[in-house]
Design a protein. Structure first.
Length: 596
């Protein structure tokens, strides 16, 4: 392997091709900058693939000054909190000329599936990041992890424990009381090694034995009280098949995988702060055995993302799906990345959000409106404008010729003249929003009511002359007359001064399209804080209707995003849209209109 990064590697590290928000200083940047100044990791070697130090004899210097990693377990779909971690790890590597590894911690075959692997890879790419050649799995290291476990036994730092799971829990102690030694703690290395090899050979049933590190049962840190590092699992693994029936536990596999991959800064959330002592103990002991080389990776913790009006607990998300409170993991109301993508949220919005909220070691709660505003800001810049009438009411211009039609012109984006203009067909019968007519208008109402004039946006000024009702008194049609010399863009248009300006579509040219109006999934800021979180679901989190939309929208491709003037930002649903028949989801309104 060349000692210099290839163009492919540079692209993967830099997020090349994607506009990046300005980096904001934080404690992790300070750590990296201090390490770079001190040359802490300058002596690392890299042999082309991850592996123990012994396999890197004579290897070239590691070409990357910084190596981070994003290490999800492939047992579910990524959520908004993962987006923060992805942007952080890939962003730090990009900003310091390093590389971020994509690594799956696939050590629990009973909960992991290839479906989740594929979904996670797709989500990371969608957010705008690429790992280049650096895609790894903890299962890549199963042989090495096993050999290291044997080394722990041989050096007297691990033993096979044959207690039941209940007995192990009972002897572990509490936060205020030390644990008790296992009756098997003094098993000889020879006996433990024999049992461990027989565990690997499949001689024992699940739960019969575990391999534990021998550290300190009286430690104030419960994580150091002889943690289990291997268990028996007669289960099919999605990558290694049935080759193994013993599997390493996360805390053991995770830190060793970091070391094998030359990770410099192992960044995780604060819930793993107490695990750092075990992380360091394992890699330091392996370095003492001569199986890993200094400098070793270090773990740093930051505060996880806490958002109002959502739940980010995997258990609660699973409950929402399994109990059918939502329509699946990609339901646009779900705080998953597949759900956010389907809703119409953008990668650029997530990257801006990650920069805006920053990184700290103090837990705090971020209001969901901050994320919504980041999406709104990006969509305002990137989404072409279109017109949709969500609650259609017929408007008839009695003095306009019945068979006549013409085009009005509307900008594709009011701040981007280079995007051009589009034709809006105009005819005698139009669709307007039902809320734009009031037979008895309230004070300050400037839209249509009998005797009042308004401008049809991009079109003519009209004067309301009345309305037609059905037998039950429901308004069916609004009547008006127009002023032929008042068309927008013509010399006479400025002579008409009106206070109201309303949207419309030609009834002859518009077509009906399904619309889904999404709102927040929960009606309280902190669901589940005081009672069952399911009881706090927002019953109005989704409303479906049929709207009248511009004829050009019939050809909208899945994931095409638009601003529907007055109504917010919408996306053509990536799942349910069909050729010539898109379904539109509202991503976010034009402003934060949440009322709780």
């Amino acid at each position: 392997m060349s000692s210099k990064p290839t163009h492919e590697d540079r692209a993967s590290a830099s997020g090349e091709g994607h506009a990046q928000p300005a980096a904001v200083s934080n404690f992790l940047r300070a750590v990296i900058e201090n390490d770079l100044r001190a040359g802490r990791y300058a002596a690392r070697r890299w042999g082309g693939t991850p592996g123990p130090a012994a396999t890197h004899a004579g290897a070239a210097p590691d070409p990357w000054p910084v190596r981070t990693r994003f290490p999800p377990e492939p047992n579910g779909y990524l959520h908004f909190g993962h987006a923060k971690s992805i942007c952080l790890n890939f962003g730090l590597a990009r900003d310091y000329g390093g590389v971020c590894h994509m690594r799956f911690d696939d050590t629990n075959p009973t909960k992991e599936e290839q479906e989740y692997v594929d979904s996670i890879l797709d989500a990371v790419r969608w957010l705008g990041f690429d790992w280049g050649k650096h895609l790894y799995y903890a299962s890549d290291y199963f042989r090495t992890l096993y050999e290291f476990a044997e080394a722990f036994i041989e050096h007297g730092y691990a033993y096979v424990d044959s207690q039941s799971a209940e007995a192990m829990r009972a002897s572990r102690g509490t936060l205020t009381e030390p644990g008790c030694d296992s009756p098997y703690r003094e098993r000889s290395a020879q006996e433990s090694l024999d049992l461990f090899r027989r565990m690997k050979a499949g001689e024992f049933a699940d739960g019969t034995h575990v391999l534990r590190l021998k550290i300190d049962m009286a430690s104030a840190n419960i994580n150091l009280r002889d943690p289990a590092i291997y268990r028996i699992r007669h289960a099919h693994h999605h990558r290694t098949g049935d080759a193994w029936c013993v599997y390493p536990l996360y805390d053991y596999a995770h830190c060793i995988s970091d070391a094998l991959e030359n990770i410099t800064h192992s960044i995780c959330t604060l819930e793993f702060e107490n695990n750092r002592a075990l992380y360091d103990w394992i890699v330091e002991k392996l370095a003492d055995f001569g199986l890993l080389a200094h400098p070793l990776p270090r773990q740093y913790e930051f505060a996880r993302l806490n958002l109002t009006y959502v739940v980010l607990s995997k258990r609660k998300l699973i409950q929402l799906v399994e109990d059918k409170h939502v329509e699946g993991w990609d339901d646009p109301r779900m705080p998953t990345l597949v759900g956010a993508r389907r809703r119409g949220y953008t990668p650029e919005g997530f990257r801006a959000f990650a920069e805006r909220i920053g990184v700290s070691k103090a837990d705090s709660s971020i209001d969901l409106s901050v994320l919504e505003e980041c999406m709104r800001e990006h969509l305002n810049e990137s989404a072409p404008r279109r017109i949709a009438v969500l609650d259609p009411l017929k408007l008839v211009i009695d003095n306009y010729p019945e068979d006549a039609e013409e085009n009005c012109e509307a900008p594709n984006h009011p701040q981007k003249p280079e995007w051009g203009r589009r034709a809006l067909p105009f005819s005698r019968e139009l669709w307007i929003e039902r809320e734009d007519f009031a037979e008895q208008p309230p004070k300050g109402y400037f839209r249509l009511f009998p005797g009042n004039r308004v401008r049809l946006r991009y079109g003519y000024v009209v004067e309301c002359t009345g309305c037609d009702k059905d037998a039950a008194g429901n308004i069916m049609t609004v009547r008006c007359s127009y002023f032929p010399d008042s068309k927008s863009g013509t010399p006479g248009a400025n002579a008409y001064k009106v206070k109201g300006n309303i949207h419309w579509l030609s009834a002859r040219h518009a077509y009906a399209a399904p619309i889904r109006l999404y709102d927040r999934l929960f009606k309280t800021p902190h669901p589940g804080a005081a009672e069952d979180f399911v009881a706090e679901l927002n019953p109005d989190s989704m409303r479906q209707s049929s709207a009248q939309v511009e004829p050009a929208l019939r050809e909208a491709q899945p994931e095409a995003r638009f601003q529907f003037e007055r109504h917010g930002y919408f996306v053509a649903d990536r799942v349910d849209s069909r050729a010539g028949a898109p379904v539109f989801n509202r991503a976010v309104g034009l402003k934060d209109s949440w009322r709780g």
